[in-house]
Write a protein that binds this ligand. Structure first.
Ligand code: BDP
Length: 716
């Protein structure tokens, strides 16, 4: 009997210590193992003075109680005393907060920000978490828990924090059938069948995770929209989701199918200038608000990749967007109109089309319309220059759209930390109002003085136990929220925060894993699309390399359209001698890229068709450099593997093993990318792969013969 109990206890301890399925994300609240620090926390926090009982404050209290109990291994009571270590609330909810002289700080933080300061009561240090609103308090509580999880001192805090961007959003490309377009982490977490009566705990945990990083909106349906979500039955289900999210400050948005008035409204047209159509949308919107009083608004993909839109009726994007804007305006809703458009009829360089269609409409959109722009001009490639729309549309608020799901970045099998990619675009200078007109200032609204601002990430979330498939995919979700809150945070800082909360505060672990993360994007660029190559992946599913593919129904879906390799060289000439895409940028940007000698080599083949024997800065020829880059990409993954293997003792067995296996797949696929791309491009360059490199172990014919009919992410 005794033995059985011992064995049980042993297994229990072993399981809790060594297994972590990743479900808790960065909100793990593990016991703090640093003894002296734990003691200072315990001495400091003996009770919580936190009056108030709104749904949001109750959520904050629950989170705090759970977090503190987990980290301090002790229940911390809620007390009336103001000297017990923590006082929390708004001036309205908490007399203790109302008594503090923090008016100046509170005046700075607006409706969502918070103040965390160290004050004194009866000679005891007290931490005050204060805000103007309940949601500000919740954000403050999450920030405080982050300080503890990352083991910061509580001695002299003076934090005044508010979001730089107003709408901080996830975009789910989730279908009502629960497949996820470009989703690699299982099925959709929205269980439409069981809604509205069954509220899965996942919805609450999703809301907690989002609130912890400041995300305040979610578009729950695919941009390739299904009109059915606008029917009463589905709207009632959506309302149940909105209700679950509400205490966490998260608004629900939907995608609207432009042709819905025909499909579900039985009208003959969806013409945005038709009075009946306008009325149909007004009625529909009123109905939505009757179920969801704080409905956020619509995200719309129109006249793109076969989706219906205003151009079907010879109207333009502004006509379309404004119709929706007028319908949601009385309720305070917004319209996010996507600029990701390109037409099959236009022979124009595909990269030029969004600018060509949207720039003339600048100033023609209603005030509650934002144009949502993908970070780059093409489509979420491992590396892209910034979209020229960020510099050209000055009168329209522009939302940033990033893709967290790794459609073009190795699915959920490759480790790639996207903060450097996101920051690269944010830091880019558009010069639209002179030097310093960075994309960050465009999208936070400060450059042009817009009060509406937004940043969205196409979610990488599914019903996999750890939400994102790859344990490191969680870092990209985390990054989106943190950067939308404060785009000045560095990639290093965000990585540190995430690693410490998600895994461990151990310095060696943090330093090694941060290095892996920070180098991961460059590694991927090198083994997939170095030197400015782009869009050379498999057709349709976008899995793996297929630079040879030329059978798509439209030219600009073919990799050969994008790399233009021939006997003379490789790359897409987008200078004034080529497609003149560069004319869409300010002169300062244009001239830098136009000139092959000043064009950064990381974008060389994005902008120029370059001879195989062109001398690169390294002294190598272009062909040799291409080989060098592809081989370095693979080498970098091998280094990542070695470094991760050295982390075995610092991480739970389950996640260690997952990452180890995934890195092995990544290495294999990096080799596949390298070999097939080089063997294919070699058919044009006719130059040898330098002898000191390992030789491709398969032929080009073999790589070409591979097919992937079951690749995930393409179901509808
Ligand atoms: C492309 C995806 C496609 C999306 C489209 C979009 O392949 O599935 O519908 O982007 O953003 O990259 O609308």
């Amino acid at each position: 009997m005794k033995k059985t109990i011992c064995l049980f206890l042993y297994l229990f301890v072993a399981f809790t210590v060594f297994a972590d399925n990743g479900y808790r994300l960065w909100l793990r609240y593990e016991p703090i193992t640093n003894g002296p620090l734990l003691n200072t926390y315990k001495n400091h926090i003996t009770g919580i003075n936190f009056p108030g009982n709104s749904a949001t404050l109750l959520a904050a209290k629950d989170e705090l109680a759970m977090g503190l109990e987990g980290m301090l291994a002790k229940k911390i009571p809620f007390v009336n005393s103001v000297a017990a270590g923590l006082v929390i609330g708004t001036p309205a909810s908490s007399p203790a907060i109302a008594n503090l002289s923090i008016k100046d700080q509170l005046a700075k933080v607006g409706n969502e920000g918070f103040v965390i300061i160290t004050t004194n009561s009866n000679q005891k240090n007290v931490t005050a978490i204060a805000a103007n609103t309940d949601i500000g308090v919740l954000y403050g509580v999450f920030h405080f828990l982050r300080l503890l999880q990352t083991q910061q001192s509580l001695q002299r805090l003076s934090i005044v924090s508010s979001p730089k961007i107003k709408h901080r959003l996830l975009n789910h490309w989730d279908n009502l059938s629960r497949t996820v377009e470009r989703g690699y982490a299982g099925f959709s977490i929205w269980d439409w069948h069981k809604l509205p009566d069954y509220i899965d705990q996942r919805y609450i945990d999703y809301a907690r995770a989002n609130a912890s990083i400041g995300i305040n909106g979610t578009v729950v349906t695919n941009v390739n929209a299904n009109a059915m979500v606008l029917t009463k039955e589905l709207l009632i289900k959506a309302a149940a989701l909105a209700k679950a999210f509400r205490p966490y400050g998260i608004k629900l948005y939907l995608t609207a199918r432009f042709s819905a008035p025909i499909e579900i409204g039985k009208l003959k047209t969806a013409d945005p200038l038709d009075p009946q159509v306008k009325q149909w949308w007004k009625d529909k919107v009123n109905e939505i608000y009757s179920y969801i009083p704080d409905f956020g608004g619509f995200l719309i993909k129109a006249n793109s990749e076969g989706q219906p839109g205003p151009q079907d009726y010879k109207r333009n994007h502004a006509d379309g967007a404004n119709m929706f804007a007028d319908a949601v305006a009385p309720h305070g809703g917004i319209v996010m109109w996507r600029s990701f458009v390109y037409s099959s009829e236009s022979p124009e360089d595909r990269l030029k089309q969004p600018y060509t269609e949207f720039t003339p409409l600048d100033g023609k959109f209603r005030e509650n319309v934002a144009v949502q722009v993908k970070n780059g001009p093409l489509d979420f490639q491992p590396r892209e220059p910034f979209s020229p729309l960020f510099g050209s549309m000055k009168k329209t608020p522009l939302f940033m759209e990033y893709q967290l799901t790794q459609e073009y970045l190795g699915y959920a099998t490759h480790l790639v930390y996207m903060a450097p990619l996101f920051k690269d675009v944010l830091n880019a200078d558009t010069y639209s109002k002179g030097p310093g007109s960075t994309v960050a200032r465009v999208i936070d609204g400060s450059l042009q003085g817009h009060s509406v601002s937004g940043m969205a990430g196409v979610a990488n979330i599914g019903n996999d136990i750890n939400w994102t498939g790859h344990p490191f995919g969680q870092a990209n979700w985390y990054t989106l929220g943190r950067l939308a809150w404060d785009h000045e945070l560095s990639s290093e800082h965000i990585a540190n925060e995430w690693i410490k909360q998600t895994f461990s505060n151990n310095k060696q672990f943090v330093d090694t894993v941060r290095k892996i993360m920070l180098e991961s994007q460059e590694a991927m660029v090198n083994y997939m699309t170095p030197l400015g190559l782009h869009h050379i992946m498999g057709y349709g599913h976008h899995y793996g390399p297929a630079p040879w593919f030329d059978k798509a129904s439209r030219a600009d879906w073919n990799p050969v359209y994008f790399h233009k390799a021939d006997a003379a060289g490789i790359g897409f000439d987008r200078t004034s001698k080529g497609s003149n895409y560069l004319s869409q940028y300010a002169p300062e940007v244009r001239s830098k890229y136009e000139n092959i000698s000043t064009c950064p080599e990381e974008y060389l083949l994005w902008f120029h068709h370059v001879a195989w024997d062109h001398k690169m800065k390294s002294g190598r020829t272009l062909w040799e450099e291409l080989c060098f880059k592809y081989y370095s990409g693979v080498e970098a993954v091998r280094v990542m593997q070695k470094e991760w293997n050295g982390m075995k003792n610092y991480v739970d067995k389950q996640r260690f093993e997952q990452v180890r296996q995934l890195l092995a797949v990544q290495e294999k696929e990096a080799v596949w990318w390298r070999n097939s791309c080089l063997l294919y491009f070699q058919t044009f360059s006719k130059m040898p792969i330098p002898a000191n490199y390992e030789k491709p172990d398969q032929t080009l014919e073999y790589y070409k013969s591979l097919s992937f009919p079951l690749a995930p992410g393409t179901g509808h």
